[in-house]
Design a binder for this molecule. Structure first.
Ligand SMILES: [Zn+2]
Length: 71
C-alpha cells in the first residue's frame, strides 16, 4: 500500500492509520486519523457519524473529511 503512505509533517516518519469510536447515546462517531509512531503527531482523516433510529435503522453520514497529501 505504498500509494497510501502519509509522512509526518514534523519528523518525516511514515504515519500509521488509526480508527477510534466514540459513543454518545444513539449516536456514535468513528474517527479515522493518522498518527506518527515517532513523535505522536496526529492528523485527522475523516469522521463518520452513525445514528441509530427506531424507524429507519442506521443512518451514516460523513461529518468531516480532510484531504491528506499522499505521496
Ligand atoms: Zn512525527
Amino acid at each position: 500500500m505504498k500509494n497510501n503512505e502519509v509522512v509526518c509533517y514534523k519528523c518525516g516518519t511514515k504515519m500509521e492509520h488509526w480508527a477510534e469510536v466514540e459513543h454518545n447515546g444513539a449516536i456514535s462517531r468513528k474517527h479515522y486519523y493518522y498518527k506518527c509512531p515517532r513523535c505522536g503527531y496526529r492528523l485527522g482523516d475523516l469522521t463518520i457519524k452513525i445514528e441509530r433510529r427506531e424507524d429507519r435503522g442506521i443512518v451514516l453520514s460523513l461529518e468531516e473529511y480532510i484531504v491528506v497529501k499522499r505521496r
